[in-house]
Design a protein around this ligand. Structure first.
Ligand code: EPS
Length: 364
């Protein structure tokens, strides 16, 4: 396994398994002088955590971050920042029965083909537990982006199965357990999730993640396009099956006259580009939409094979998310922030001396 790192100038490496002693990350390339304390991580880690409501996995982790290196007297030193979170509530016996079976739709099957060995406890490295460390690393990027550029990154759940918000209010998002932008639909979502959980099945979801205040110019043509690296970052999150930037697949049926975002000295008239033109940020909000598949660990019996190739029926018990996308907004925010910080540093390295040559069209 060699690709456990991402980013060029801001390089993040994560390690650890769901039922190992701990998970962790190393954030290398972070500029010095950023105030950083263990409590800075608490808010975003709690937003992502299991066990906060009945609608997620009931595993209860403390998710306390230990800063092992890279910080002295409360500030980053420019050396690698190592963060550790100990696993405190793993229940490996839940996995004993299926240790030699492959859950249909799960990475069990491909991990074993690839490595010839796998850690079946809690899905090992393929568990969504790993996303804890992405969120922790993302806290550093969010701080730096906000402090240096006023960039804000936010996300909401914009679809669960067939349910879509009746209205879109960012102020509602953090006040309900679904990161849902329509407070009037929370009761309906609760009823949906309760019925789903009782049925033993799972549902997919869509997450909308947005960055505000990104200046024009970030992104590296041709093979380091900002949208390409955002898409790769989102696709690296467990259970992600699709990513759209701006109008995304709706671009297929739009006419050019409809898709182009008209410009005037007052601003852009629309944002079908999702804030990225030619792989470079335009100064408009960066809009990304991410599709999460329905969780594959189901207590509903399903046909599969075991390690010897024999047909068996698999039943997965234990503490699983009926809709893993419900915990994904902080993960998508973190990945977007990390990609943006990496690109801000890359842009600074090459182009810090480029003077302003044309007025900025207000991005909105
Ligand atoms: C997960 C299955 C469950 C979740 C886990 C993700 O793990 P376990 O069966 O080991 O309790 O609880 O999520 C987390 C622990 C977390 O922190 O996100 C999976 O299969 O991906």
């Amino acid at each position: 396994m060699s690709d456990n790192s991402f980013g060029r100038l801001l390089r993040v490496t994560t390690f650890g398994e769901s039922h190992g002693p701990a998970i962790g990350c190393v954030v290398d390339g972070c500029p010095p002088g950023i105030p950083l304390a263990p409590e800075d991580f608490s808010h975003d880690l709690a937003r992502r955590a299991t066990g906060k409501t009945r609608h997620t996995s009931q595993r209860h982790e403390a998710d306390e971050v230990e800063i092992l290196s890279g910080v002295f007297e409360g500030r980053t030193t420019g050396t690698p920042i190592a963060l550790l979170v100990r696993n405190t509530d793993a229940r490996s016996k839940d996995y004993a029965k299926i240790a030699d079976q492959f859950r249909p739709g799960h990475a069990d099957y491909t991990y074993l083909h690839k490595y010839g060995v796998r850690d079946p406890r809690g899905g090992g490295r393929s568990s969504a537990r790993e996303t804890t460390m992405r969120v922790a690393a993302g806290v550093i990027a969010r701080k730096w982006l906000a402090d240096r550029f006023g960039v804000q990154v936010r996300a909401c759940v914009s679809q669960v199965a067939g349910l879509v918000p009746g209205r879109f209010d960012w102020d509602a998002v953090e006040s309900n357990p679904f990161f849902w932008p329509d407070a009037g639909q929370v009761a309906e979502l609760e009823a949906f999730m309760d019925a789903l959980r009782k049925s033993g099945d799972s549902a997919g979801a869509r997450v909308h993640v947005q960055a505000l205040g990104v200046p024009p110019g970030w992104g590296e043509p041709v093979y380091g396009k900002l949208d390409a690296e955002i898409a790769a970052a989102m696709m690296s999150i467990n259970a992600v099956k699709g990513v759209e930037i701006g109008a995304g697949f709706a671009s297929v049926t739009q006419k050019g006259s409809e898709h182009r975002d008209l410009m005037s000295p007052e601003g852009f008239a629309s944002n079908h580009a999702g804030g990225i033109l030619g792989g470079i940020s335009s100064g408009q909000p960066i809009d990304v939409s991410v599709a999460f598949k329905p969780t594959s660990s189901l207590r509903l019996p399903g046909a599969t094979v075991d390690r010897s190739g024999a047909a068996v029926e698999v039943v997965t018990t234990g503490r699983h998310d009926p809709c893993v996308g419900l915990r994904a907004p902080p993960i998508c925010e973190a990945m977007l922030a990390l990609v943006l910080m990496d690109h801000a540093l890359r842009h600074r390295a090459q182009n810090a001396d480029v003077p302003p040559v044309t007025p900025k069209v207000p991005g909105g």
